[in-house]
Design a protein around this ligand. Structure first.
Ligand SMILES: Nc1ncnc2c1ncn2[C@@H]1O[C@H](COP(=O)(O)OP(=O)(O)OP(=O)(O)O)[C@@H](O)[C@H]1O
Ligand SMILES: [Mg+2]
Length: 310
């Protein structure tokens, strides 16, 4: 049985490379790269890169960009069951300053949708032969805030294991539906649970998610790594010091590894190490982020992992 990813608010990520970004002036680009993106799309792509068979990407895709999204999935061996929307997919422009190693984001709005599109997506998800369902990213404007929670409930009713990666009110409502896995970063979780600052806030956040009944919690901490927790225990993974080339997909790569961990019944420590290695692959590639098995293996040895008191 397969892993499915759902992207309700996909995007095209256009990265523009600049030797030095000068705001308010004419900037000449060194190069650019256009990739279909959106969090669930990224998760599916990373699983495809890693050689996982039976991955399906689902989502609401502006039909004028359908070809771009379908061919990107096919190139990575990922199946697709996209639900068409009228118009184009929104575009996220990333201005990459090669001198300062900074990225400036400009996000454009996306197409309009109506409830019938959401029902069509629910139908596609029901038909998809999957066991693990990843629901990732933000909601398109006007989409009911309980949409992720509804997808979790529907999936659970069908006996599927869900992983949620979203933020704000959609995350808070999704947590009430008790997904199997969740991957907030610290800012996202603090906003929803109102955590105290510092290490006790991190541990309290993880503990409260586990007490809600969530089976696999990953609280990501950027360059400081992540805390993962399941009934098997709680671990802290620490990445080696790296220079990120891009910020696109660090969290998504981690979610991809969680989905694989759940799908293949991995031990917690193994999932944690894999999740960290996946994220490092995503942020350190000069070209588009990819999770290559050889790079994952190289990173695995460099990751430090320790048990923490849950
Ligand atoms: N600067 C960094 N150095 C090393 N590892 C990093 C760095 N940034 C991110 N990572 C790795 O990526 C993981 C996820 O990063 P982060 O906590 O930033 O996720 P996120 O905020 O959800 O990202 P996204 O913007 O993709 O949603 C981290 O747990 C860590 O393993
Ligand atoms: Mg994230």
């Amino acid at each position: 049985m397969a892993i499915a990813t759902v992207t309700l608010n996909p995007a095209k990520d256009r990265t523009v490379f600049l030797r030095k970004f000068r705001p308010g002036q004419v900037n000449r680009a060194e190069g650019e790269h256009l990739a279909p993106g959106g969090k669930g799309i990224n998760v599916a792509s990373f699983l495809g890169d890693y050689g996982v068979r039976e991955v399906y990407a689902l989502g609401l895709i502006g039909e004028e960009d359908m070809g771009l999204f379908r061919s990107a999935m096919e190139a990575r061996g990922v199946g697709h069951m996209f639900t068409p929307l009228p118009g184009r997919v929104r575009e996220n422009i990333k201005l990459s300053d090669l001198a300062e190693m900074t990225v400036t984001d400009v996000n454009l709005p996306g197409p309009r949708w109506d409830p019938s599109h959401l029902e069509a997506l629910m139908g596609d998800l029901k038909r998809c032969p999957c066991r693990v369902v990843v629901i990732s990213g933000s909601l398109p404007p006007g989409c009911p805030e309980d949409t992720v929670a509804r997808l979790v409930e529907e999936s659970k009713r069908m006996g599927r294991l869900t992983i949620v990666d979203t933020s704000g009110e959609p995350l808070r409502l999704a947590l009430e539906a008790v997904p199997h896995g969740v991957k907030p970063n610290l800012a996202e979780l603090s906003e929803v649970l109102r955590l105290p600052e510092g290490p006790e806030g991190i541990l309290q956040g993880v503990r409260r998610l586990r007490e809600m009944g969530i089976g696999l919690v990953a609280l990501s901490l950027g360059a400081d790594g992540a805390v993962l927790s399941s009934p098997q225990g709680t671990v802290l993974v620490r990445p080696p010091k790296v220079t990120p080339i891009t910020t696109v997909g660090a969290g998504d790569a981690m979610v991809a590894a969680m989905a694989l961990g759940i799908h293949s019944s991995m031990e917690l420590w193994e999932t944690a190490r894999l999740a960290c290695a996946f994220s490092l692959c995503a942020i350190t590639r000069i070209e588009e982020p990819r999770v290559e098995p050889s790079a994952v293996r190289d990173f695995m040895d460099k990751i430090r992992i320790s048990e923490v008191e849950g």
